[in-house]
Write a protein that binds this ligand. Structure first.
Ligand code: PNS
Length: 166
């Protein structure tokens, strides 16, 4: 079991500055971090897993996070962790409203794969309110998302969402 590896799972539809903050802090805490794009059965997505991976890779490269890899997996997080010999799942918690859902997932994942430990870190105060769905809503109504997403993918997100509108 690899104690120097952390997995940061999520939908990343698309990656926001809040995600980047958590990924960058994980990168400073572990030797290796895998950011894995998974499916949340309760969500419908605007970006394909491939597009989300591209946006994440661009963001991570621009941020110079050399120990972070990006992957996508169509299955259970517990199984993905097992396949990679990972013990630690690292997630950012924004507010109490995140807690119940995240707690439930952490317990389900532990039941499915008892080797897993889910570790939560608090998001930076300035990102408390930030979510991918908020970014998509603002972008689709031609609002300014520059304060919410990494600058290196700002244009990609706008182009992609306005293409959808057309
Ligand atoms: O960014 P999100 O949508 O909050 O991320 C949730 C995600 C994708 C990490 C979660 O839904 C997930 O782990 N999906 C993979 C399927 C799985 O393992 N489900 C069981 C956990 S209850």
């Amino acid at each position: 079991m690899n104690k120097s590896l952390a997995i940061c799972p999520g939908s990343f539809d698309p990656v926001t500055l809040g995600h980047l903050d958590v990924i960058a802090r994980a990168s400073g805490m572990f030797e290796k971090v895998i950011v894995v794009i998974l499916k949340n059965a309760n969500k419908t997505y605007s970006f394909s897993p491939e597009e989300r991976a591209q946006l994440l890779k661009k963001t991570i490269k621009d941020a110079g996070l050399n120990n972070v890899e990006v992957d996508a997996y169509d299955g259970l997080l517990a199984d993905y962790a097992k396949k990679h010999g990972a013990k630690i799942i690292l997630k950012g918690l924004r507010a109490m409203s995140d807690f119940e859902y995240e707690f439930q997932m952490a317990l389900a994942n532990k039941k499915l794969n008892p080797d897993i430990e889910t570790v939560f870190i608090t998001t930076a105060a300035e990102n408390m309110y930030l979510s991918s769905s908020m970014v998509k809503q603002i972008a689709s109504m031609d609002g300014d998302i520059s304060g919410f997403v990494p600058s290196v993918i700002h244009k990609d997100i706008l182009e992609r969402l306005s293409k959808k509108k057309g």
